[in-house]
Design a protein around this ligand. Structure first.
Ligand SMILES: Nc1ncnc2c1ncn2[C@@H]1O[C@H](COP(=O)(O)OP(=O)(O)OP(=O)(O)O)[C@@H](O)[C@H]1O
Ligand SMILES: [Mg+2]
Length: 502
């Protein structure tokens, strides 16, 4: 909101006096105070001297320093400064560079005054939101978390205690819990604190290795033991001698292999596939699963004797929603890590955004939270993550928040900047089951919202929905086209075609 005492200042940097003049006219018609600079160098000097303008309009192509260069200077001196670039050339390169160096948005010349004003208003709102975040006090300092396991809730304290208890011995530990709760992290922590820390830690994902290869992977094979076994090969158990093996997703291990693991546990001996020699190995076994092993034992798909051997000590990792007090700490941990690795300058979270994160149910647990923080930090334009920067699916879990912020969640691109989602109150679920509370935005509710927009005459939305889903899936899969296509249920060729069409 513009300050009632002092009207917000906008700095216009352009080497073309006519553009400066017309832009100043448009902006001052809304009460903004406009200052002008005729070059990148001059603009930087104005910003440096202060006081900082609320917003900068910056031309891309100027004699002397380019707009992109000036943008870099301005943003690195003050990551909070919002800058809108102006360009006569709507090329992909300009758009990509602009966003890469942290522009709030960009606007095409010749201007559409209405668009310029709408954009200025949006930026002012973001500016006010960023200022409101104020002095953010992080809940943790990453230097205190070398272990990488964050959380101070009672359930996590219990986990830490058990880790401490099992490090002194070689006892087998079974780590259970939903996907993304930190099972592997805990296994590594046990190893790091044990007397085996100087020896290898080898993680084997039993679900990722085909049944016919897993034995050779674990125990090795002799030359000629099967087609393709052209030489002798040592397995993980031999390679890991003296160390710790982490059998991840052990619920996916075939019964025949289970028998052999039982033998290692009982005798400390293995045989290579196709070999006759018995080899002594000194390996500690840690195992993890998110399957219900008890049910598998009953169904005879998991050996009961192995189950008891593995389950000497059990660590059950709590789901993140059972320890939502830990969410702010994990958020701060992720942000500080990003800043430390120089991957982001975002170090704060607006209180409203944090509240949404704490309320979310996190079916993908810490891994999902991590992913959401990385994505939000990428799109955040100031030094803080605001509600508008959170991915739609996270906001979708809270209808009140969505209704309250739908208008400000208007799309970021200039073409679609006029869509202006109406704050449609989405349908709520009648039940309060696992998938969300009574206020959860259902898929049907989201579809209603999209349909209402299409009916309101926004045909570009259909393509945008498809584009958004594809680009988000690509981001979620770290740019892996094959995996993204698989999860979207389309072929890689189709995905490529759709990406290229933009
Ligand atoms: N308590 C925690 N503090 C900080 N980061 C965590 C915590 N728990 C998990 N993570 C992070 O979340 C991600 C998932 O953790 P991890 O791979 O250990 O989970 P998992 O339970 O093995 O998941 P899956 O069942 O899918 O294999 C990792 O990037 C890990 O660093
Ligand atoms: Mg894992």
């Amino acid at each position: 909101m513009p300050d009632p005492v002092k009207s917000p200042t906008i700095l216009v940097i352009d080497d073309d006096a006519e553009i400066r003049y017309s832009l100043a006219r448009v902006l001052s018609s809304r009460g903004y105070q406009v200052t002008e600079a005729a070059s990148g160098e001059q603009g930087i000097a104005v910003v440096k001297k202060g006081p900082l303008p609320e917003l900068v309009f910056l031309d891309v192509r100027m004699g002397g320093m380019s707009g992109i260069e000036a943008l870099q200077h301005i943003r690195s001196a003050n990551p909070k400064q919002l800058v809108i670039l102006m360009t006569a050339f709507g090329t992909a390169q300009t758009a990509i560079e602009a966003m890469k160096y942290g522009a709030f948005d960009y606007v095409m010349k010749p201007f559409d005054p209405a668009k310029v004003l709408a954009l200025a208003e949006k930026a002012m709102k973001a500016h006010a939101d960023l200022r409101a975040v104020g002095d953010y006090k992080p809940t943790i300092n990453i230097e205190d978390y070398r272990e990488g396991i964050v959380g101070s809730s009672a359930v996590m304290q219990d986990v830490f205690k058990v880790i401490g208890q099992v490090t002194a011995s070689d006892v087998t530990v079974m780590i259970t819990g939903e996907s993304g709760t930190g099972k592997e992290l805990v296994a590594r922590s046990i190893w790091k604190h044990s007397h085996r820390a100087g020896k290898p830690f080898i993680a084997v994902n039993c679900a990722a290795i085909p049944d016919n290869l897993i034995e050779s992977e674990l125990f090795g094979h002799e030359k000629g033991s099967f087609t393709g076994a052209t030489g002798q090969r040592l397995g993980k158990f031999e390679l890991c001698d003296g160390g710790t093996i982490f059998l991840d997703e052990i619920g996916d291990m075939a019964l025949a292999t289970q028998t052999k693991i039982l033998r290692v546990l009982q005798t400390g001996e293995i045989q290579r596939v196709g070999g006759t020699e018995t080899i002594k190995v000194d390996v500690r076994i840690l195992a993890a699963t998110n399957k219900d092993l008890e049910a598998m034992v009953k169904a005879k798909t998991f050996r009961e004797d192995l189950y008891y051997r593995l389950n000497v000590v059990r660590i059950k990792m709590p789901a993140l929603r059972e320890r939502d007090d830990d969410v702010p700490q994990i958020v701060d941990f992720c942000l500080q890590n990003l800043v430390k690795q120089k991957k982001s300058r975002v170090s704060k979270v607006a209180p409203e955004a944090m509240a949404v994160l704490v309320r979310h149910r996190w079916p993908g647990n810490v891994r999902e939270l991590e992913n959401v923080i990385y994505r939000s930090a990428v799109v955040a334009q100031g030094d803080a993550i605001l509600v508008k920067d959170l991915p739609a699916e996270i906001l979708g879990a809270d209808a009140a928040v969505v209704a309250g912020t739908a208008a400000e969640r208007a799309p970021k691109s200039i073409e679609s900047g006029t869509i202006g989602l109406e704050p449609v109150v989405p349908k709520t679920t009648g039940t309060s089951g696992e998938a969300g509370g009574a206020s959860a935005l259902t898929l049907d509710g989201a579809l209603d919202l999209v349909f209402a927009q299409l009916q309101a005459g926004e045909p570009a939305l259909l393509a945008r929905v498809e584009r958004e889903m594809i680009s988000r899936m690509l981001a979620a899969e770290g740019g892996d086209e094959a995996m993204a296509a698989k999860r979207l249920g389309i072929t890689k060729a189709t995905l490529r075609k759709k990406v290229q069409r933009d």
